[in-house]
Design a binder for this molecule. Structure first.
Ligand code: CA
Length: 228
């Protein structure tokens, strides 16, 4: 599968250099020159890694990174920040915006490629699979199984199950699930969560099978940690 990398950079020469070298390294780059357009792309498309310049027209790289970390869908997206010499790299590091790595310009392209590969390797290890009892969820392929049966889920039900399975036993309120699954900036009514939990249950459970999802009265939902 192609590894998609979003590059947000406003210097034309650097865009050309990165596009060429990323393609040569077998990645699929998307180059965006403006911070606002980057945010739009990150909402609409899925990427495996983002390279963000700090100073950009429109939204800054730091603000983009902050927004990525605030949304459930992009919280785990690997981010490399680019800073120009003199842009106080140390201060950016100190800002704790959650970037995975920082590279100061001018940089060696081969070093950047090595850092990209290292980060992707690290993330690949963390992100593979979740399993509780006979239910397994693969975060790379988005396939879900109950024992040997494949469960087909819509994107919202998938993220809902993924969120609950990451912390079995933890009870999430509808509001928390809205933030984590739909995103903080989207306005959706709390009962929408109930509708999607209903769909998720229907997909997961055949008649007579144990329901791994718990409804906690007046609170919300959790994935039953005692489910086996
Ligand atoms: Ca710049």
């Amino acid at each position: 599968m192609a590894t998609r990398i979003l590059v947000v950079e406003d210097e034309d020469a650097l865009c050309t250099l990165l596009e060429y070298n990323l393609e040569a390294s077998g990645f699929t780059p998307t180059i965006v020159r403006d911070g606002d357009e980057a945010l739009l792309r990150l909402r609409e498309d899925e990427y495996d890694l983002a390279i963000l310049d700090w100073m950009l027209p429109g939204t800054s790289g730091i603000e983009i990174c902050r927004q990525l970390r605030a949304r459930a869908e992009t919280r785990a997206l690997p981010v490399i920040m680019l800073t120009a010499r003199g842009e106080e790299t140390d201060r950016i590091r100190g800002l704790d915006i959650g970037a995975d790595d920082y590279v100061t310009k001018p940089f060696s392209v081969s070093e950047l490629m090595a850092r990209i590969r290292a980060i992707l390797r690290r993330h690949g290890g963390e992100q593979d699979g979740l399993r509780v009892g006979d239910i397994s969820l693969d975060q790379n392929t988005h396939r879900v199984h109950r024992a040997k049966r494949e469960i087909h889920l819509g994107p919202t039900e998938f993220r809902l199950l993924q969120t609950l399975m990451r912390r079995p036993g933890r009870v999430y309120s509808r509001e928390q699930l809205l933030d984590m699954v739909w995103g903080r900036d989207v306005y959706v009514e709390a009962r929408t969560v109930d509708v999607h939990i209903g769909r998720l249950r229907k997909a997961l459970n055949r008649p007579g099978e144990t329901d791994p999802l718990r409804t906690v009265r007046a609170t919300g939902y959790s994935f039953d940690e005692t489910y086996q």
